[in-house]
Design a protein around this ligand. Structure first.
Ligand code: FSX
Ligand code: SF4
Ligand code: F3S
Length: 392
């Protein structure tokens, strides 16, 4: 048994060593291939008052978040230094722009935010100055300058009804469907940011008269889905770092979400969980239990049915997250949560209360079946850069 364990340890170490070598080659290749940075990242950090020590601390936290052992920390740091050289084309369809707001605006920027601030956006409809013909020319230039080398990020669902005419953009009135197909077919990979582009979400909520859907479904392509309404910036940054490190996207669950970020239930990393286990529930907003931080299950918390790392990474520089702020999770990382998780402030089924633990944990175990062990997360990484189904 002891020999078996030792053998396994050696096998894992060998695996990580070869992964590190691959990663080193990849980072050197990227160094040669990526366009020069507009601003040197170390200078940016210095200007924003971030010490080298804080940056290295962040690299170590991000390495752990990506389920990599500490030996990868220098490489994660190097990938972060390349982050602002990766060309990104960012499209907006049917949505509220809350995802861009969550990612790009913050009062106390941490390193994730600085990375997002300096991202090389070749095209972003709500941030760029250009409009009309000039905007369209910028987009075409980016596609021509970086064919197969840029990341396409999409925010928002696409309406399919009336041949997509519920959403048209630009001086030639292209539909979201046409634009999405045009841009994604030339991208190295497509990342759907937020639950709208991932699954349709609120624009697709019943009765969905515009027949909104997520990008993967609309175009029949594989996308990496950074879900949440809005999603956590760390999950986007980590996914792009993974791409820079391994030349591929991280292993995904059955819904296209990176397992490193969405492999666990909200319920399993919740600070109120001991109260759930002790059957200590908030029964009314602002009752004694609410003041003591008891479990919000009876107030409709959907943490038991929802996958994400909100309780670990939190929002606003790790300041808080919905459950910590006193409201239950509404399941915003899950498909069609607006329709399937309602009523949002009541449990899905009253029958589960009291006898809830068994029901809730049975659901959790079944859902967790889609997650895999950490080592496999990186082993399959390179296979996941998508191609449109009709591409060769
Ligand atoms: Fe959707 Fe993002 Fe929710 Fe809003 O753009 S994920 S409605 S936070 O803004 O797409
Ligand atoms: Fe936390 Fe909600 Fe689970 Fe209660 S039900 S432990 S509040 S995730
Ligand atoms: Fe969304 Fe629930 Fe996290 S509502 S932000 S998945 S805690």
């Amino acid at each position: 048994m002891g020999r078996l364990k030792k053998g396994n340890g050696q096998h894992i170490e060998k695996h990580y060593r070869s992964l590190m070598e691959r990663c080193q080659v990849r980072l050197d290749d990227m160094d040669r291939a990526l366009p020069a940075a507009v601003e040197d990242f170390s200078t940016v950090l210095e200007e924003r008052g971030v010490s080298r020590r804080s940056f290295l601390k962040w690299s170590s936290v991000m390495t752990a978040a990506l389920m990599l052992p500490p030996m990868f920390e220098p490489m994660v740091a190097k990938a972060a230094e390349q982050f602002n050289r990766l060309p990104v084309v960012w499209l907006h369809f049917a949505e509220c722009t809350g995802c861009s707001e969550a990612l790009l605006r913050t009062s106390y920027p941490n390193i994730d935010d600085i990375l997002l601030d300096t991202i090389s956006l070749e095209y972003h409809e709500t941030l760029m100055v250009a409009a009309g013909h000039q905007a369209e020319a910028n987009l075409e230039k980016a596609l021509a300058d970086f064919p197969g080398k840029f990341i396409c990020v999409i925010e928002g669902a696409v309406p399919k009804a009336m041949d997509g005419k519920f959403l048209t953009l630009g001086p030639h009135g292209k539909t979201g469907l046409e634009l999405a197909k045009h841009v994604t077919s030339k991208a190295a990979a497509t990342i759907c940011i937020g639950s709208c582009s991932s699954f349709g979400n609120i624009p697709a909520a019943a009765p969905n008269p515009t027949d909104c859907v997520g990008i993967g479904k609309a175009l029949g392509i594989s996308t990496v889905n950074i879900t949440g309404c809005p999603p956590n910036p760390t999950n986007f940054v980590g996914t792009v770092l993974h791409y820079l490190l391994f030349g591929g996207l991280p292993a995904l669950d059955a819904l296209g979400r990176p397992i490193w970020a969405y492999g666990k239930r909200i319920h399993d990393c919740c600070e109120r969980r001991p109260h759930y286990d002790a059957a200590e529930f908030v029964e009314e907003w602002d009752d004694a239990g609410a003041k003591k931080g008891w479990c919000l299950y009876k107030m409709g918390c959907k943490g038991p049915y929802t996958f994400g790392n909100c309780g670990h990474v939190r929002f606003n520089d790790g300041m808080s997250w919905p459950v910590m702020a006193g409201h239950g999770c509404i399941g915003c990382t899950e498909p069609a949560f607006w329709d399937t998780m309602k009523p949002l402030e009541q449990p899905i089924s009253k029958d589960t209360i009291g006898g809830g633990e068994k029901t809730v944990d049975t659901i959790g175990t079944a859902l967790a079946g889609i997650a895999v062990a950490g080592i496999a997360v990186h082993a399959v990484g390179t296979a996941l850069v998508h191609k449109n189904k009709d591409d060769k």
